[in-house]
Design a binder for this molecule. Structure first.
Ligand SMILES: [Zn+2]
Ligand SMILES: [Zn+2]
Length: 121
């Protein structure tokens, strides 16, 4: 048994919900609260998103083999979190020219363009 929260936590978590735990991770990349960190007990990698993103700060489990891709993993998690937070997609089509993807509920944009506009959760 390892003395950590990793197994109990979901693949994507709000950092604010488990601040003490995430604060105790070993940072593998520079920057406070953003980048790649690792659990000291079990070795699980976590990608932490930074404050510059307009959504809640998120922590995402990362497979060791995908550790180099933590930036893209953060972006994916932010989009998934936003989509879920907003209740999913609607029947509308994104207002962005030639996009063609479904809009996020109560929004004129798809999740990709909503994220790019930085509107947030
Ligand atoms: Zn752990
Ligand atoms: Zn779009």
């Amino acid at each position: 048994m390892t003395d950590c929260e990793c197994l109990r936590l979901n693949d994507v978590e709000r950092v604010a919900d488990h601040r003490d735990f995430f604060a105790g991770l070993r940072q593998l990349s520079v920057g406070s609260w953003t980048g790649l960190s690792q659990c000291r007990a079990c070795g699980q990698h976590w990608a932490l998103s930074g404050w510059e993103q307009q959504v809640a700060q998120l922590a995402t489990k990362v497979a060791a083999s995908a550790a180099e891709e933590w930036k893209a993993i953060n972006v994916n998690s932010a989009k998934e979190f936003m989509l879920e937070h907003r209740g999913g997609n609607s029947d509308e089509i994104c207002a962005w020219a030639h996009c063609g993807k479904p809009c996020v509920k109560d929004s004129a944009w798809c999740i990709d363009h909503l994220y790019e506009t930085g509107i947030g959760e």
